[in-house]
Design a protein around this ligand. Structure first.
Ligand SMILES: C[S@@+](CC[C@H](N)C(=O)[O-])C[C@H]1O[C@@H](n2cnc3c(N)ncnc32)[C@H](O)[C@@H]1O
Length: 298
């Protein structure tokens, strides 16, 4: 409570100091400087916060600080459970996680089930937007909290455009990409034939940089899977990478007790995984960095 009051006091102080500075400086400013200084930068009231993947100890000190300071938080139940101390006694809203589809699109161009789905999402999105704006207008600090890094395949990135006028601040998080690299214990940029890495996700209608085209570059690839069929990924990768290309699957990276790595090649990985039920939290890596060694066998 003390932190929240202190944050509000700091905001009021900031505005007073800004007004005083304007009175003192106005005579000496060029018109350009005066125009630039016209609107005070509001001290931040809206944050998009990444809290890392896996166990809670992969969060940053900055994310913890912002969550403690916030009056209102938007996040999934899983995130709320991960940080009980930071969420204690706060207004917490769930259920707004995946609102980006169709954002910014003209819904009148859509038909049937797609139109109905887009309209339902727009209703939910507008409800969320109204809640955020109402809280900020009441002088509350709002944090939208996401796992991993919020700007790597993050479902909240659209908010930065929607709330542009509120000058939201992004708190970066450790991505599952970082945690999965750590689980592999290999330098992801240290391939034998390439030092480049492509981060990608499943193909969708209209996507031009499809997985098979990306694979033609021969770069290392890290795939965010998002419920896409595993076999489909492997088949697309196999179009341009040879069967002996090293592949790794990293399951639940960043969870000390659950993390798992399966290594093989494009030719063997389907049978290695077999009927195993892969969870939502897994990544696929392709590239010879997986077998690269600095000390070559003589
Ligand atoms: C919507 S993306 C979110 C990524 C997140 N913004 C990040 O930076 O970690 C979700 C996908 O990331 C991957 N993912 C998320 N958490 C993971 C974890 N702990 N281990 C492995 N992969 C994970 C999976 O491919 C999952 O389908």
């Amino acid at each position: 409570m003390a932190g929240v009051e202190q944050a509000k006091f700091s905001r009021r102080m900031y505005l007073c100091l800004w007004a005083a500075a304007m009175i003192v400086c106005a005579g000496g400013l060029t018109s350009r400087q005066a125009a630039a200084a016209e609107a005070p930068a509001p001290s931040t009231q809206l944050y998009l916060v990444g809290v890392g993947p896996g166990d809670p100890d992969l969060v940053t000190v900055r994310a913890l600080k912002v969550m403690k300071q916030a009056d209102v938080l938007f996040c999934s139940d899983r995130i709320k459970e991960k940080f009980p101390a930071e969420f204690e006694g706060k207004e917490v809203f769930g259920g707004y996680w995946r609102l980006f589809p169709y954002y910014g699109q003209d819904l009148t161009q859509l038909e049937g089930d797609e139109r109905r789905e887009a309209e339902a999402l727009a209703t939910k999105r507008n409800e969320f937007i109204a809640k955020v704006r109402a809280a900020v207008e009441q002088g509350k600090t709002v944090a939208i909290v996401d796992s991993g890094d919020p700007l790597i395949y993050g479902p909240w990135a659209w908010c930065l455009e929607e709330f542009e006028d509120l000058r939201p601040v992004v708190v970066p998080g450790v991505s599952c990409f970082n945690a999965a690299n750590a689980a592999l214990r290999r330098g992801v940029t240290s391939g034998e034939r390439t030092k480049s890495v492509i981060l990608t996700a499943a193909d969708w209608p209209g996507k031009t940089d499809t997985i098979d085209k990306l694979a033609a570059h021969g770069s290392t690839m890290a795939l965010f899977t998002m419920r896409t069929d595993f076999e489909e990924f492997i088949k697309k990768l196999s179009i341009n990478y040879p069967a002996e290309t090293p592949v790794a699957i990293v399951i639940q990276a960043g969870y000390a007790d659950k993390e798992q790595v399966i290594e093989g090649t494009l030719g063997t990985i389907l049978s290695q995984v077999g009927q195993k039920d892969l969870p939502f939290e897994y990544m696929i890596y392709v590239g010879d960095f997986l077998t690269y060694r600095y000390k070559k066998a003589r």
